[in-house]
Design a protein around this ligand. Sequence first.
Ligand SMILES: NC(=O)c1ccc[n+]([C@@H]2O[C@H](COP(=O)([O-])OP(=O)(O)OC[C@H]3O[C@@H](n4cnc5c(N)ncnc54)[C@H](OP(=O)(O)O)[C@@H]3O)[C@@H](O)[C@H]2O)c1
Length: 268
Amino acid sequence: MAKAIVSPLLERGEYHPQHVLGIVGSSSSISSALNDLPKEVKVVSSEDSLSREVWNAPLKILAVKPQQFNKIKESVSSFQSNDQFPKPLLISVLAGITLERLTKAFPGHTCVRAVTNTPSLVGQGLTGLAWEDDITLDQKKVVRKIFEPISEIYELDEQKLDSFLALTSSGPAYIALVVEAMADGAVAAGLPRHLSNQLAHKTLSGTASLLSEKRLHPAELKDMVASPAGTTISALRHLELAGLRSALIEAVVLAAQRSRQLADEVSS
Ligand SMILES: NC(=O)c1ccc[n+]([C@@H]2O[C@H](COP(=O)([O-])OP(=O)(O)OC[C@H]3O[C@@H](n4cnc5c(N)ncnc54)[C@H](OP(=O)(O)O)[C@@H]3O)[C@@H](O)[C@H]2O)c1
């Protein structure tokens, strides 16, 4: 996720590769982290003494797993300085870790919570942002500029971020599952595998474009496709019976609950 955020900024020349320092957990991950990045970017492991340099930087992006948060917090506490003004920015993309937790862990920083999603990898992401009250207008601009090349930005109350994540960050996995299952259905109905996968992808992207370009409500599109006593309405009857709609509703609610729970699990 860190690379998805940083790479477009380097490609657009917003930051110079020499000014970027990446930190990974173990030295065995360095080469894969460096893949596709300009050669001037440095990546070191958290055990390397150079990793402390990052705490002098005016801007940090924290993109470890939520379960790794406590370790980071402990290992950096001695490197942080509390007397810079304006305070350096720390942008966290960790699911479930609240601004309050971030501020306690990184007291010398102005903390920002960003919830972004994997379509950011192709510049079509969505990012929800919540920040501390003491953030300056210039710092807000810096944060927006980081996420603008990869996503549409939504500034939200922090308590809405878990629901935002449940829909937008976890959403690509739900959609991928649906697309895969539709392709399996086409194979079961007699089409070759490769063609089924290709057609399922195209059906997804074409439907998404139709919904957004014609500004259709999903129900309108469904009604347009389902003709009386036709094939689609027969299929829809089955999907309703199997509970597809309810399963997706509950999936989003559960993902939001899990995001809130993660914060408790990693609490110190
Ligand atoms: N994946 C998504 O779709 C998505 C979307 C939105 C937000 N997020 C959030 O983004 C965060 C990262 O997700 P990800 O999928 O990018 O995870 P990831 O691929 O596992 O990346 C985590 C990185 O943190 C490094 N790391 C671990 N311990 C460290 C330490 N002590 N010091 C420095 N670096 C350390 C890991 O290095 P090693 O591999 O060497 O351990 C790895 O490079 C998560 O908190 C997740 O909630 C993810």
